[in-house]
Ligand binder design. Structure first.
Ligand code: PLP
Ligand code: SF4
Length: 328
């Protein structure tokens, strides 16, 4: 994480791209800073300003546009906060905001405006969060999210997991992380030791949007997580100019599966301020999804989903406007 690229000029130079690409970057970079780890940069194509990995991390002037319907709190997280860094929206699952740091800054991220300094479960050694988890016996699954929980040091995560192990009603531990993808070396012995020794069933949800993000190193990292007993899923976000193409999405599913990962969700973009240029309109998304489904076995087709404030689950939408739950 310490050697991640944070200077737009340096990133352009590494990719053999002209400095003219800097126009607009400065303002957007001031809103949400560029951050991209070197192993991820290494998978970008040189000399291609439209590279799908670059597009996910490159600050664009368009982020400064105010677009109606794109808000600071797109998914109603602020209303679901219980304090102590816990978001409890859905039955049986409590999400812990383990940290505000990420290995990579994704431009479309719905948490880019989140008040991490105030809402962070680790801030007071998890005390408040753990108290809530102990007293609410309806919680069967603890989800570590953020930010990226694997930004935390292993001794902190090991301590947390040891404590969770002793709460009898908790059965599953889920991590939502991009680190095994953007910094595969993060999956090291220390991580595998605590992950492999908990009594909890472990689930790791990675976040891969494009097949080019997967290489031999991610394959190794994911294989080690699987060998440590974790069930691996992927969630992707449908992003204009990155993966809004059925062939790309089909290759993504197949390459994920080849690395031991089951496609779980394909999310429509959360309507967060600064991300409107990534939007794929719902009807087009459903058309793409129909084409994707025609190319793959059912178990490689992720749920097409979106998150709507105030609902009891993610909203799963189908292939056409007449199926699924129409909320808008
Ligand atoms: C998405 C999300 C979950 C997990 O939902 P699943 O459908 O179980 O993957 C849990 N809590 C919050 C706050 C979420 O946003
Ligand atoms: S929370 Fe996830 S999607 Fe958002 S910036 Fe961090 S790694 Fe990217």
């Amino acid at each position: 994480m310490a050697t991640a690229i944070t200077d737009p000029r340096e990133l352009l130079a590494m990719l053999d791209l002209p400095a003219s690409g800097l126009a607009g970057a400065a303002t957007a970079n001031g809103l949400f800073r560029l951050r991209v780890p070197r192993p991820f940069v290494a998978r970008m194509r040189r000399g291609d300003p439209a590279d799908p990995l670059l597009r996910q991390v490159w600050p664009l002037g368009a982020e400064g546009d105010e677009v109606p319907g794109y808000d600071l709190d797109a998914v109603g997280d602020l209303a679901s906060l219980r304090g102590d860094g816990i978001i409890h929206k859905y039955a049986g699952r409590a999400l812990l905001i383990a940290t505000g740091s990420c290995g990579v800054h994704c431009r479309y991220c719905f948490r880019r405006h989140f008040p991490y300094a105030d809402e962070n479960a680790a801030r007071q050694q998890w005390r408040g969060a753990l108290q809530q988890l102990r007293t609410d016996t309806s919680i069967r699954e603890v989800i570590l999210s953020g930010g990226d929980p694997l930004s935390l040091a292993d001794h902190k995560l090991a301590d947390l997991v040891r404590t969770l192990d002793r709460i009898p009603h908790i059965e599953r531990l889920r991590l939502h992380t991009r680190q095994p993808i953007v910094i595969p070396a993060r999956v090291d012995d220390a991580l595998l030791t605590w992950l492999g020794s908990t009594r909890l069933q472990t689930v790791v949800v990675v976040h891969v949007n494009h097949p080019q993000e997967l290489d031999a190193d991610t394959g190794l990292a994911l294989g080690r997580l699987k060998d440590a007993g974790a069930t691996l899923f992927n969630q992707a976000v449908l992003l204009a100019g990155v993966n809004d193409d059925p062939a790309v999405l089909a290759t993504l599913s197949e390459r994920l599966f080849a690395q031991g990962v089951i496609p779980y969700y394909l999310h429509l973009l959360d309507r967060v301020r600064g991300a409107a240029h990534f939007d794929v309109p719902r009807e087009r998304a459903q058309r793409l999804y129909r084409e994707l489904s025609a190319r793959l076995p059912g178990y490689l087709v992720p749920h097409l989903a979106l998150e709507e404030a105030g609902r009891a689950s993610k909203t799963i939408i189908g292939m056409d406007a007449t199926s699924g739950d129409i909320a808008t």
